[in-house]
Design a protein around this ligand. Structure first.
Ligand SMILES: NC(=O)C1=CN([C@@H]2O[C@H](COP(=O)(O)OP(=O)(O)OC[C@H]3O[C@@H](n4cnc5c(N)ncnc54)[C@H](OP(=O)(O)O)[C@@H]3O)[C@@H](O)[C@H]2O)C=CC1
Ligand SMILES: CCCCCCCCCCCCCCCC(=O)[C@@H](N)CO
Length: 358
């Protein structure tokens, strides 16, 4: 080996080592950049999962539509027990009786229950006016509970055609109007809670609920769209999906309920309104998008979560893990609902035939 060759290989070695070292900062830069990208992606993924700060009910102004009876009245009582100021909204004289009942649960002598008589579904300017009056008396609304609602059950062709419109007006527009009336102030204050009381029949369409279910499904669409708009303003929406609940409303509905609807609804039993109210208020205070009652309610909510927002990491994980299992269980339920409907039909036809023979 000549001395010249030895010299050039020494230079190449030297150059190689030097290039290596020259590259090292770039490699490190790449690694750091990759970490930053991964971190930002992770933050991006979990950002919708970060739970909001709970709302303090003590001293808050809570408006409850449908607050003169059933679930609404119990929600008002639950909030009053935690120190809230209440506005009860409904149409008729049950209001004054309800006011007295709620007042029994005062925890301090400053608390007030205000009653407002209005039909939440007929005229927006009227609703806007009464909300203004309530805000003048008790301050800006911190939480709006849209609970005014009514139901009709019956076979599609037997439900009066007017009823389809009426239910959309009361259950859907009757929730749009009060929400529209409070939203601007809530956005200005960058705080608030809006609750919609849907129903398990707003997650699954059932025999006998062709008029009622759509009006409750509609609330979910409204809630999802609205939540995306108002989340940056720190306002949180909750949709509650209660099962049958022992209220004057249910008693009225039961008078004309088809046997099929009764048998199918029995699956998730009958709840007490005060228990339902406790769960709903807890979820609204925490800012949970979804509020369900009981094991069937839990399964239905996981199963129908679709593209609805999540409010905790555990909720998201539970949905991911349980989806397939719950769908499998659901297929059995659907099979049993179909067989209830078929059995009822056969029985009816047999008794009709027997009546003819007589
Ligand atoms: N009970 C149940 O099984 C279930 C009920 N739900 C839902 O929960 C909500 C409450 O139900 P529930 O407690 O049983 O009902 P109730 O019939 O016991 O009470 C309904 C309340 O809404 C008020 N209301 C009805 N229509 C209007 C209107 N147009 N304007 C203003 N207020 C009105 C009523 O007062 P007034 O008549 O004086 O106006 C009353 O205060 C409803 O939306 C219902 O669909 C959901 C799942 C199950
Ligand atoms: C894994 C899947 C589980 C599936 C469980 C399905 C249970 C269905 C029961 C539906 C009950 C509907 C109650 C409607 C209540 C209502 O809104 C009216 N009473 C209002 O007056």
């Amino acid at each position: 080996m000549s001395s010249e060759e030895g010299f050039s290989s020494a230079i190449t070695d030297w150059l190689f080592i030097n290039t290596w070292w020259l590259l090292l900062p770039f490699i490190m830069l790449l690694v750091v950049a990759a970490f930053i990208v991964a971190f930002v992606l992770l933050l991006y993924m979990i950002s919708p999962l970060i739970s909001p700060k709970p709302l303090k009910l003590n001293g808050a102004h809570v408006v409850v539509t449908g607050g003169s009876s059933g679930i609404g009245k119990c929600i008002a009582i639950e909030c009053y027990k935690q120190g809230a100021f209440i506005t009860l909204v409904a149409r008729d004289e049950k209001l004054l009786q309800a006011k007295k009942e709620v007042e029994k649960f005062a925890i301090n002598d400053k608390q007030v229950v205000l009653c407002i008589s209005v039909d939440v579904s007929s005229d927006y300017s009227q609703v806007e006016n009464v909300i203004k009056q309530a805000q003048e008396k008790l301050g800006p609304v911190d939480m709006l509970v849209n609970c005014a609602g009514t139901s009709v059950s019956g076979k599609f062709e037997e439900v009066e055609v007017d009823r389809f419109k009426k239910l959309m007006e009361v259950n859907y527009l009757g929730s749009v109007y009060p929400t529209r009336a409070v939203i601007t102030t809530m956005k200005e204050r960058r705080m608030g809670r809006i609750m919609f009381v849907s129903s398990q029949a707003g997650q699954i369409g059932l025999f006998g609920y062709t008029a009622y279910s759509p009006s409750k499904f509609a609330l979910r669409g409204l809630a999802e769209s609205l939540q995306m708009e108002i989340k940056p303003y720190n306002i949180y929406v909750t949709v509650a999906y209660p099962p049958d609940t022992d209220t004057p409303g249910l008693a009225e509905e039961n008078k004309t309920k088809p046997l099929e609807t009764k048998l199918i609804s029995e699956t998730s039993g009958v709840c007490q309104p005060d228990q339902v109210a406790k769960i709903i208020v807890r979820d609204a205070v925490q800012g949970n998008f979804n509020s369900s009652v009981g094991p069937d309610g839990y399964m239905l909510s996981a199963l129908t979560c679709g593209m609805s927002p999540v409010t905790s990491i555990t909720e998201g994980l539970q949905q991911i893990v349980t989806m397939g299992l719950f769908r499998t269980i659901a297929l059995f339920y659907l099979g049993s609902f179909d067989s209830i409907v078929r059995r009822c039909m056969i029985q009816r036809e047999q008794s009709k035939a027997a009546n003819k023979r007589e």
